[in-house]
Design a protein around this ligand. Structure first.
Ligand code: CUA
Length: 158
């Protein structure tokens, strides 16, 4: 049976794509090659409010890096306003004592899911000073649309 050249090219092309797609799924599923920047650490949701490691606030390390601990709860972020300096690495650690929330700093690459039992961590550097809106982007009940906070990126010290 004679197969047209163009048809052969398309058949081989489709075959290669299938191998690539299935291969990438298997690599992710079996090799754990891709791990999201969250869910790396677990915590008992019942102890979040009393655990000193999750006292909401901003701290500065001796090396100048900034650490932010935030608690997402129905229906607010603690602390409600976060102040960090521009141009320095900021690490957010977010968890929740109740149900699933989101932690998104609008207009930046900070966007993590916050699941009870897990600590979501993300590090970034803000280069533009100003005010940023923090929103919960996972539906979490009646007050979901009210769940917002503010991030203030300052020129100098926090
Ligand atoms: Cu919290 Cu939606």
């Amino acid at each position: 049976m004679k197969v047209d050249l163009y048809e052969k090219i398309w058949m081989w092309g489709s075959g290669v794509l299938i191998v690539v797609f299935v291969g990438s799924i298997l690599t992710t599923a079996l090799g754990r090659a891709i791990i999201p920047p969250s869910h790396v650490e677990t915590v008992d949701p019942a102890t979040v409010r009393t655990d000193p490691r999750f006292a909401p606030g901003v701290t500065e390390s001796p090396d100048g890096s900034i650490h932010v601990v935030s608690i997402a709860q129905i229906w607010a972020f603690l602390p409600n306003e976060i102040r960090v300096p521009a141009g320095r690495p900021v690490t957010f650690r977010v968890t929740t004592p109740d149900i699933l929330h989101g932690f998104q700093v609008v207009g930046t690459n900070v966007n993590v899911m916050v699941a009870p039992g897990y600590v979501s961590q993300v590090t970034t550097t803000f280069h533009r000073p100003g005010e940023y809106l923090i929103v919960c982007n996972e539906y979490c009940g009646l007050g979901h649309h009210l769940m917002a906070g503010k991030l203030v990126v300052t020129e100098g010290a926090p």
